[in-house]
Design a protein around this ligand. Structure first.
Ligand code: ATP
Length: 345
């Protein structure tokens, strides 16, 4: 039985407007870390808030543990939510912050101490219980928010961009900590982010949303290597997949699949590139420019190369992309289609 299930879940905020969430069908797997990924306004938060019971669906059903919960309050849903802001109570100690949901749920007072200490030790904040939130670092505050979420042993965690307030360095370590925490606790988790790196790194599965519609649900490898459509293809990857229209298909090739032509054997798409910009990123180079000759003459593309030391601005170089790395999309539906052979000349 899925921990969380949605059936044709829809939210229209104003009649006559497009839905913020449209007919979403979803089944989580026991213990998985599922990420909702999409650009700003794609409906991720609205979907999460409906599951949490903070937003009323326009139509459709939400099930938690096999039970329809549409009419249950957030408190009755066995969920715990951690927000971007953490929403800790500033005047309460860490201990009291963590114990707060127990109090709200009328858990017997004599059980509080053991539960708070268990949650705090899981997150390595046992030594901070007497402090106030203002005396904590951003990462420590996040841990307190998580401890407060797990203390009542929910069936599911709902996390809405919990790392977005942290600086880049802290974000990376907080991300790792969250992954470790999830492995240890094993609670089914839904995590909202617009950051593709976070989604790829953390998700067992990633659900890509755009305009309230699910574009693809799959493992990180699935969505990256086999994008269902051109939206997913270009939303994931930095720089994004190059797309070029050839006849009735759109051909896609990722920047990292460009190779110097002389190194490629077997079937490959040939690309003559006029180099217009070179960025050195330490471990790799991003080289962009326009294609010259053939059907894609004048097309702007990005490549990612392990070395670009021999390339010069305005120089012309022959590259190739192995045939097996090309993706094909239908020009009108923009959905992925079977590979086919195309003529580049
Ligand atoms: P972000 O990453 O910016 O938080 P999101 O993917 O979480 O975006 P939502 O916040 O779910 O997107 O918003 C989806 C759509 O619904 C947007 O077009 C938004 O403007 C609209 N929307 C959200 N909340 C409301 C509301 N209370 N009233 C009217 N429209 C809303």
């Amino acid at each position: 039985m899925a921990v969380v299930e949605t059936r044709d879940l829809t939210k229209v905020f104003k009649e006559g407007q497009l839905g913020a969430v449209n007919n979403v069908n979803l089944e989580t797997r026991e213990g998985e870390f599922l990420v909702f990924l999409g650009p700003s306004g794609s409906g991720k938060t609205t979907l999460l808030r409906m599951i949490a019971g903070l937003e009323t669906p326009t139509s459709g059903e939400i099930l938690i543990g096999g039970q329809v919960v549409n009419d249950l309050s957030p408190r009755e849903r066995r969920i715990a939510m951690v927000f971007q802001s953490y929403a800790l109570y500033p005047h309460l100690s860490v201990y009291k912050n963590i114990a707060f949901p127990l109090k709200a749920q009328n858990v017997k007072k004599e059980l509080h101490k053991a539960k708070v200490e268990w949650a705090a030790s899981l997150l390595g904040i046992g030594a901070l219980l007497d402090r106030k939130p203002r005396e904590l670092s951003g990462g420590e505050r996040q841990r307190v928010a998580l401890a407060r979420a797990i203390v009542r042993e929910p069936a599911v965690f709902l996390l809405d961009e919990p790392l977005s307030n942290l600086d880049a360095k802290l974000r990376a370590s907080a991300r790792e900590e969250l992954e470790r925490f999830h492995r240890r606790v094993g609670t089914t988790t839904i995590y909202v982010t617009h950051d593709q790196v976070e989604a790829m790194a953390m998700g067992d599965r990633v659900m890509v949303l755009n305009k309230g519609v699910v574009r693809q649900l799959g493992t990180p490898t699935d969505v990256y290597d086999n994008p269902a459509d051109t939206f997913v293809a270009t939303f994931l990857g930095s720089p994004p997949m190059n797309l070029a229209e050839i006849g009735d298909v759109i051909v896609g090739f990722r920047p990292e699949h460009f190779r110097p032509a002389f190194t490629v054997t077997g079937d490959a798409a040939p690309f003559r590139l006029k180099v217009e910009n070179i960025e050195y990123l330490g471990s790799e180079w991003i080289v962009s420019g326009t294609l010259a000759g053939g059907k894609l003459d004048g097309k702007k593309v990005f490549s990612r190369l392990s070395s670009a030391q021999n390339l010069q601005l305005a120089g012309m170089y022959d590259f190739a992309v192995p045939q097996r790395e090309l993706k094909f999309f239908d020009r009108s539906t923009e959905k992925r289609v079977e590979p086919r052979s195309v003529s580049w000349q």
